[in-house]
Design a binder for this molecule. Structure first.
Ligand code: FE2
Ligand code: FE2
Length: 451
């Protein structure tokens, strides 16, 4: 095979601004939102301009959640943008995902929240026909999946997972059969095959291994299906996380899951991928370019970071000052017994510093971080799980205080019986330690050895 280069981006969540994105209801909605909304058109345009002029590669993969929430107008405008990219000499391959076929999207117009026209899943094949299906060498129409020849010796298995007979976020038996056939066919033809699939197959952080909605359903079946048949690399999105993870199946085959952050949310990155040979793939991360927006004097990067932090800080703030609102947002308003617990935790988080917190638990805290509010520390901890290459490890003041705290409460953690998405009991201490600090593959730049 010949060396092949391509860009990967995901979760562009394009929103047609003329549908409306302002007003008090919009502001209220954005209070708990990690991703941009009104800004997405501008961000997508700046990424498109970058890709049009980028000379490292002519192929672009987009791993789903193309529209904000399935608004028909957003799809129409996004397709226009993709056409512009292709007119510059690039080739675009997309898959659609959960946010692309919502039949009841919402927008914020002059009179407040309303429902613009949505997009039934059936229409997505025609809408995105030119960006994958048209040049495909095999198509599974029901499952909106296809195989494309990306370059000499390399094929792309582009998978959608919202068309199963029995629910979303999974491959049904018919889909699995089609996938198996396509991988075997690629092998017969002497082709290397890589995949893109919106939902991660591996938990992006150990913490996500106990939250089933963050990964594909029955993930081990999907992993074994791909890796044991011969696909060792999959590009994913959905979680708006930068993360690279690997697993080895019982039969001894590796699968790398390279999840890329959304271009419209912190951490906003695209990837440049070089398939050097059947066994070696080089991954580089490129921050998304600056976009036209009134950022109040901040850099675009800082603007996105602030949006992420504000979401977490607003939730933590509301735990104390507007507990009902916070509970409504997470659909737990009927769990009245939880209210005082949430309120108490909110009071603690909102008032105490790391120094005070450490005294409370009899643990050491380096003087350089004693004045940091626990609330800001918690926000940084959560953000780290999405940004990747988390720094809270042994030997750093933040890592040391967190690990000392986890050790202190470990007798309690040990009594909590929690299972992960593979049905295994988890060690909560290890899970939290490895979520606060990244001890595995670099999440940004790495050379992957597939076999
Ligand atoms: Fe998304
Ligand atoms: Fe998604």
């Amino acid at each position: 095979m010949k060396e092949l280069k391509f860009y990967v981006m995901t979760d562009p969540h394009f929103y047609e601004t003329s549908l409306g994105a302002s007003g008090p209801e919009y502001d209220d909605f954005m209070r708990y939102e990690q991703k941009c909304y009104a800004e997405t058109e501008s961000i997508n345009r700046s990424v498109a301009e970058y890709l049009k002029g980028a000379d490292e590669a002519d192929i672009i993969l987009i791993v789903g959640d193309l529209s904000f929430n399935g608004e028909k107008e957003s799809h129409r405008s996004f397709v226009k943008l993709l056409k512009e990219i292709e007119e510059s000499g690039k080739k675009v391959y997309v898959v659609t995902a959960d946010h692309d076929c919502q039949e009841h999207p919402f927008a914020f117009g002059e009179k407040g929240r309303y429902e613009p026209e949505g997009t039934p899943r059936d229409e997505l094949f025609d809408i995105y026909y030119e960006f994958g299906f048209k040049d495909a060498i095999a198509v599974d129409r029901q499952h909106l999946s296809y195989v494309a020849q990306l370059g000499e010796g390399v094929r792309l298995l582009a998978l959608n997972n919202d068309g199963a007979d029995d629910g979303r976020r999974r491959f049904d038996e018919k889909h699995c059969q089609w996938i198996r056939e396509q991988i075997r066919k690629a092998k017969e033809d002497g082709q290397m095959m890589i995949a893109m699939n919106h939902y991660p197959l591996l938990p992006l952080q150990p913490l996500f291994s106990i939250i089933s909605s963050t990964v594909q359903k029955e993930p081990m079946n999907a992993i074994e299906l791909l890796a044991d048949e011969g696909v060792n690399l999959v590009f994913t999105g959905h979680m708006h996380c930068q993360s690279i993870n690997e697993v080895t199946t019982k039969k001894g085959n590796k699968l790398y899951d390279v999840c890329t952050g959304s271009i419209i949310a912190d951490p906003a990155y695209i990837r440049l991928v070089t398939v050097k040979d059947e066994n070696t793939v080089d991954i580089k991360s490129i921050p998304t370019p600056d976009f036209e927006w009134d950022t109040d004097g901040r850099s675009c990067k800082q603007y996105l970071t602030d949006m992420f932090n504000n979401m977490i800080l607003n939730i933590l703030y509301d735990m104390k000052y507007d507990t009902e609102r916070m509970m409504r947002k997470f659909h737990i308003e009927d769990k009245k017994a939880l209210r005082p617990v949430i309120y108490l935790i909110g009071c603690l988080l909102n008032s105490i510093t790391l120094g005070g917190f450490s005294r409370l638990f009899w643990i050491k805290c380096h003087k350089s971080i004693r004045k940091i509010k626990v609330m800001d520390f918690a926000a940084e901890l959560v953000r780290g799980a999405f940004v990747g290459n988390q720094q809270m490890k042994e030997g750093t003041p933040e890592g040391d205080v967190l690990l000392a705290f986890l050790k202190r409460i470990n007798p309690v953690l040990k009594r909590i019986n929690l299972k992960n998405v593979y049905g295994e009991r988890v060690d909560l201490f290890e899970l939290l330690k490895h979520t606060a600090g990244n001890y595995g593959t670099d999440d940004y730049n790495a050379v992957l050895t597939l076999r």
